[in-house]
Design a protein around this ligand. Structure first.
Ligand code: ADP
Ligand code: MG
Length: 343
C-alpha cells in the first residue's frame, strides 16, 4: 500500500503564480521518475500551502502512469518512529533494506529530522542507494533546505543535487479558483459575492481557506439558513485576523502590487519605469479616494514624494479613466477589491 490519499492529485491542485514551478516540476517528475534532474524534488513552504497535496499528487500520478513502480508516502515522524522500533529489535538493516526497494519515495515534513541523528544516518544510506539506482525522491519541508536546523550537512548537500521549489500564499484569483473548484467537486453552491468575500479575506493559507468554507456550510445547515454575506461575515469573524478593517495606504499598496505584479519596494523607489510609475499613480489615487490621509501623508508613503506629485498622479489617473477603456476596467476591478477588503 502506497499510503496515498487518492484525492490529492494534480487535477485538484490549482495552479497559480504561487506554486507554478513546484507543480510543473512535480508533473515532470511524475512522468519520468528518477530520470529528470529534479532528484530529489524538494517542495517547501509554510503550513497549509499544499506541500502534502502536491507531493502526493506526484505519487498518485506515478501510480497511474507507471503502474509497475512502487510508490511510498511516509511522514518523517512515522519514518523516525519506524526506525526507532526497528533499532529496538536490532533490525535496522531490515528497515533500510525495505526503503531501498522503493521506486518513488515521498518523505513529508523532513524538518522533523532535526536532532534525530540515527534516523538521519539511516535516511542517508537510503537516499544514496535510491539516488544511485535512479529512483526518485520527493521531500517536503516547512523551510528551504538550507535553513533546516540540526540536519546533517551531508544530507543538506544532497538535497541541493535536485530542485527545491517553494509554495507561496496564493493570490486572490488563485484563491477564488481553489474555492470554486472545491465547491464544484463537492457539489456545493453559494453566491459569488460570498465566495469573493472569503477569498478576499482569508489570506493566510489554503487550509484556512477551506476551513472557512466548511464552517460556513456547517453554520448554514445548522441555522437552516441560506448562505449570504451577513452569515459569512458572522461566521468568518474568527478566521479574519485584522480586527480594525480601516483601509490603510499600506494595504492599498500591497493590493495594487499584487494585482499588477509589481514588487512593493519599487513603489517607494525612484524608478521611472513606465509600469512602476503607473502603479504608483494608481495607488496614490486609490489612497486619496479610500483613506482620509492628507496628500502630504500619502506622498510620504511613496519614499517621500511631495503633495504636488500626488495631485498630479490623481489627475493622470482620472484622465486615463476617461480615455482608456481597458485602464478604466482595471481600475474598477481594483476599486472593488479595496472595497471588499474593508467589508
Ligand atoms: P501543507 O502540507 O503544506 O501543510 P496541505 O497539502 O495539507 O498543506 O494542504 C492544505 C489543504 O489545502 C489541503 O486540503 C489541500 O488539498 C489544499 N490545497 C493546498 N494547495 C492547493 C491548491 N493549489 N489547489 C487546491 N487545493 C489546495
Ligand atoms: Mg503537510
Amino acid at each position: 500500500d502506497s499510503q496515498l490519499n487518492p484525492h490529492y492529485t494534480f487535477e485538484t491542485f490549482i495552479e497559480g503564480d504561487c506554486n507554478r514551478v513546484a507543480r510543473r516540476a512535480g508533473k515532470a517528475v511524475a512522468e519520468k521518475p528518477g530520470a529528470t534532474s529534479f532528484n530529489p524534488l524538494v517542495i517547501y513552504g509554510g503550513v497549509g500551502l499544499g506541500k502534502t497535496h502536491l507531493a502526493q499528487a506526484v505519487g498518485n500520478a506515478v501510480k497511474k502512469l507507471h503502474p509497475h513502480k512502487t510508490v511510498l508516502y511516509v511522514s518523517t515522524e512515522k519514518f523516525i518512529n519506524q526506525f526507532i522500533d526497528h533499532s529496538k529489535h536490532n533490525a535496522i538493516n531490515d528497515f533500510i533494506h525495505f526503503y531501498q526497494l522503493i521506486d518513488v519515495l515521498i518523505l513529508d515534513d523532513i524538518q522533523f529530522f532535526a536532532n534525530a541523528e540515527k534516523s538521519q544516518d539511516a535516511f542517508f544510506a537510503i537516499f544514496n542507494h535510491l539516488h544511485q539506482s535512479g529512483k526518485q525522491l520527493v521531500l517536503t519541508s516547512d523551510k528551504p533546505p538550507k535553513d533546516l536546523e540540526k540536519v546533517q550537512e551531508r544530507l543538506l548537500s544532497r538535497f541541493r543535487w535536485g530542485l527545491s521549489a517553494d509554495l507561496q500564499v496564493p493570490d486572490f484569483e488563485t484563491r477564488m479558483e481553489i474555492l470554486e473548484n472545491k465547491m464544484r467537486n463537492d457539489g456545493l453552491e453559494m453566491p459569488k459575492e460570498v465566495v469573493k468575500y472569503i477569498a478576499y479575506n482569508i489570506q493566510t493559507n489554503v487550509r484556512e481557506l477551506e476551513g472557512a468554507l466548511i464552517s460556513l456550510l456547517a453554520q448554514s445547515s445548522l441555522n437552516r439558513k441560506e448562505i449570504d454575506l451577513d452569515l459569512a461575515k458572522k461566521v468568518l469573524k474568527s478566521f479574519i485576523k485584522t480586527s480594525s478593517k480601516e483601509i490603510t495606504i499600506e494595504a492599498i499598496q500591497r493590493m495594487v502590487c499584487e494585482h499588477l505584479g509589481v514588487p512593493y519596494e519599487k513603489l517607494l523607489e525612484k524608478t521611472r519605469k513606465r509600469e512602476i510609475v503607473q502603479a504608483r499613480q494608481i495607488t496614490m489615487y486609490l489612497a486619496k479616494s479610500f483613506t482620509k490621509n492628507s496628500l502630504k501623508t500619502i506622498g510620504e508613503h511613496f519614499g517621500g514624494r511631495d503633495h504636488t506629485t500626488v495631485i498630479h498622479s490623481c489627475q493622470t489617473v482620472k484622465d486615463l479613466m476617461e480615455t482608456d477603456t481597458a485602464f478604466r476596467e482595471m481600475l474598477m476591478e481594483l476599486q472593488q477589491k479595496v472595497q471588499l477588503s474593508a467589508l
